[in-house]
Write a new protein. Structure first.
Length: 331
């Protein structure tokens, strides 16, 4: 097991290198660069870009150097923990590490709580639907599951915003009221956060719960008809003990496998939902940074997401081996 783990970790190194090249290329290859975007933005406001400022930006971000030089400069800084300074967005000139320090904790908190809600709701419902197949409850939860999968998160967020505002006159965008948006942390600001955070939690948990119900139900139904289950029944094992000892344990496989995407989701979050609800998370600034070709900010966030995805997948693999003895990674 140890040598398999060591081999998989060694494979991650060239994989992450390849991902870093792809991320850099995707952001840099479109025509123009951040400087082009900057000049176009100045001209759209009827202003003339200052030549001295253009030269300063070129030297600061090495935009006058070849692409491979910029890549080496970026990736070497990333490996040292120096993510550079943001080029565009409202955070221009600010250190990327400081920007992420502001946004990541809220993003991780929302993602973690919504994931726990998904697991806590979907797993029992999926198990109940499978063990009571074709019952009224099964049909109801099946309908809810398909409905949740069919409705995009951002559309549900828009409808929810309209319904709440129409009935209460209360706007449910953002995580903080205007009074506490830029205020330092305090008990009052925490209470204001808890008052507003239920909306993104509800939106994010809805689609996740719907999908997980379908996965758990399908997996459970597969296990209930396996020969080992029939054999255990024939030997007189009680239904409750049988379910907990074998099928339910295997049913947790999809829950463990979600760790692979749960870790990057904690940082990236749901971009469209965050934009619609005006959430102070990483998603909106990632989108803005990509659109403006901000290599320092967008590249650093995407690289962090890639690292977390690879680590999460490794943790998922190890968890599945521990949970299901039929799974082995000896090859």
């Amino acid at each position: 097991m140890i040598h398999v783990l060591a081999r998989r970790i060694m494979i991650l190194i060239p994989m992450l290198f390849a991902l870093s090249v792809i991320i850099f290329a995707v952001i840099e290859l479109p025509p123009g660069d951040y400087l082009t975007t900057y000049i176009a933005a100045m001209e759209s406001r009827g202003l003339q870009a200052d030549e001295a400022e253009i030269s300063r930006i070129q030297r600061l971000y090495a935009l006058d150097r070849p692409m491979y030089v910029r890549y080496v400069r970026w990736i070497s800084g990333f490996l040292r923990g120096d993510l550079g300074r943001a080029m565009a967005t409202e955070y221009a000139g600010k250190r990327v590490t400081d920007i992420l320090a502001e946004r990541v904790p809220l993003t991780m908190g929302i993602a973690l709580v919504s994931t726990i809600l998904v697991w806590a709701i979907a797993v029992p419902i999926g198990i109940h639907s499978a063990t009571h197949q074709y019952s009224a409850a099964d049909y109801f939860f099946t309908f809810v599951g398909f409905f949740g999968l069919a409705v995009p998160n951002f559309l549900f967020a828009i409808v929810l915003m309209w319904v709440v505002y129409d009935f209460t006159g209360f706007g449910i965008t953002g995580l903080f009221s205007l009074k506490y948006h830029d205020a330092p942390w305090s008990l009052a600001k925490l209470a204001d956060l808890l008052k507003n955070v239920w909306v993104p939690l509800l939106v994010l948990a809805t689609a996740g719960t719907a999908g997980m119900i379908r996965i758990v139900r399908g997996n459970m139904l597969d296990e209930l008809h396996q020969p080992y289950v029939e054999t255990a029944r024939a030997k007189g094992l009680s239904e409750r003990r049988l379910l907990w000892k074998y099928p339910i344990r295997i049913t947790f496989n999809p829950v463990v496998s979600t760790i692979g995407w749960m870790l990057p989701a904690m940082v990236g979050g749901e971009v469209l939902v965050a934009i619609v609800l005006n959430l102070e998370t990483v998603g909106p600034i990632l989108l803005e940074a990509v659109l403006s070709q901000d290599m320092q900010l967008a590249g650093s966030i995407l690289m962090i997401l890639s690292v977390l995805t690879v680590i999460g997948t490794l943790i998922s693999d190890l968890g599945l081996v521990w949970l299901d003895p039929r799974i082995r990674y000896d090859a």
